[in-house]
Design a protein around this ligand. Structure first.
Ligand SMILES: *[C@@H]1O[C@H](CO)[C@@H](O)[C@H](O)[C@H]1NC(C)=O
Ligand SMILES: *[C@@H]1O[C@H](CO)[C@@H](O)[C@H](O)[C@H]1NC(C)=O
Ligand SMILES: *[C@@H]1O[C@H](CO)[C@@H](O)[C@H](O)[C@H]1NC(C)=O
Length: 387
């Protein structure tokens, strides 16, 4: 039996030698290992030529899923934020609200600038600007004819500008030509556009000690949060806003952990428009982040292609309109990804579709006042307009 090469006389000699305890300790261990491996050679072959190739093929197909699932092993969570408790009721005076936060009321509110890089989120922009309208001095909007991924983009805001007549006197609009560099990391174009936005904010007339909101269009601070920050003295100079995360519409409440939006007390030469972590404090429950909250399926497709993480569109069928509609109604993931979390508990807790939420309490007022027009954002209306 088993007369293979490895069971030749020579091999046996080595093994015998080991068993005879002639060698040093280290050599002994090594040789024992070698003898063991030789005994398992068929299994080794199976491992080498079946298990490893299947594993590599699996990584090829689902590499991202695997790395994301194993994320708790290779990445530890960032330092937690210091969460500032947030007090609000419409019937409580501003003086009381400021003092509840440990701040002091001012004689007059600060001026507030709201600056965004615009892609194609027309409906969400309208919700945003209507929500913030009473408290904003200048709305600053920059759009480019290039997506972050270098695809040509029509000037969607410019062609819809008439719908925004209500803020026209307070609008500083800028357009920037894309650089259309093929194969470049999309973060470079994004950074380039953010620098241009810095200049536009200065053109809009911002001065030291004015407040500047830095956030994506779909990160909407609640009006009362901005009103609080402009009326109180003692607010940290940079404060992040914790927003409720929604996906596709306000029917899918993912979590409450959005933190990228921030409010800055402007300092000439120091304040730079950014969308990453810039401070350790975050104001609790300060608004909404509605990702992929589009009216038309074509806007989903555009955003999926224009997105900074384009490597997520791994298969072309991800862009199939039927699939997209189905994913929305199930509350599933457009990119078929694993939740981006730092612990196995959270990853597993978030796997599968997002549960439906039937609460439309505490949503932007403009949305509820125009519910018929924005029906697709409200619970129970997942079907999108085609075309
Ligand atoms: C708000 O305050 C007024 C007077 O202070 C009171 O009559 C009213 O009931 C209050 N409303 C709510 C919703 O608490
Ligand atoms: C983008 O805008 C720049 C500046 O207006 C212009 O020169 C360029 O031709 C435009 N490119 C496309 C593809 O629209
Ligand atoms: C988000 O926060 C609100 C208020 O604190 C809470 O009622 C709700 O359950 C939270 N939702 C999720 C999905 O964590």
């Amino acid at each position: 039996m088993s007369d293979g090469y490895y069971n030749s006389k020579k091999t046996d000699d080595i093994c015998e030698e080991v068993c005879g305890q002639q060698a040093s300790r280290a050599a002994l261990t090594m040789s024992r290992l070698r003898c063991m491996l030789r005994g398992f050679d068929i299994k080794t072959y199976i491992f080498l030529f079946v298990v490893i190739p299947v594993f590599i093929f699996g990584i090829f197909l689902h590499g991202q899923k695997i790395t994301y699932f194993l994320r708790p092993i290779w990445e530890s969570p960032p330092k937690p934020f210091h969460e500032i408790p947030h007090y609000y009721h419409e019937n409580v005076t501003m003086e009381t609200l400021c003092s509840l936060h440990g701040w002091k009321i001012r004689e007059s509110p600060r001026r507030v600038f709201d600056a965004v890089l615009f892609s194609n989120e027309i409906d969400i922009l309208k919700l945003r600007w209507n929500e913030l309208y009473p408290y904003i001095t200048q709305f600053v909007l920059l759009e480019s004819n290039s997506t972050f991924t270098g695809l040509p983009k029509p000037l969607i805001f410019a062609s819809n500008r008439l719908e925004f007549k209500f803020i026209e006197p307070r609008l500083t609009y800028g357009m920037i030509g894309g650089r259309f560099k093929k194969g470049e990391n999309p973060f470079v174009e994004e950074a380039y556009q953010r620098v241009a936005l810095d200049q536009l904010i200065r053109i809009a007339g911002i001065e030291d000690d004015d407040l500047l909101i830095m956030s994506d269009v779909d990160e909407i601070p609640s009006a009362h949060s901005i009103n609080l920050l402009r009326w109180c003295d003692g607010v940290p100079p940079i404060i992040h806003l914790q927003l409720r995360n929604y996906l596709y519409s306000f029917e899918y409440h993912v979590d409450n952990k959005s933190w990228r939006a921030s409010v800055h007390r402007y300092k000439t030469g120091k304040t730079r428009y950014a969308h990453y972590r810039q401070a350790d404090v975050v104001l609790s429950d300060a608004g909404w982040h509605c990702s992929f909250c589009f009216r038309h399926i074509r806007e989903f497709i555009f955003k999926m292609k224009a997105y900074s993480h384009t490597d997520r569109v791994r298969f072309s069928h991800y862009l199939n309109p039927k699939r997209i509609q189905d994913v929305i109604c199930r509350g599933a993931d457009l990119f078929d990804m694993i939740p981006e979390e730092y612990t196995f508990k959270e990853i597993i807790g978030k796997m599968g579709p997002i549960p439906h939420s039937y609460s439309a309490v505490h949503l932007p007022a403009y949305l509820l006042n125009n519910a018929e027009e924005y029906k697709y954002l409200l619970p129970g209306n997942c079907k999108r307009e085609s075309g």
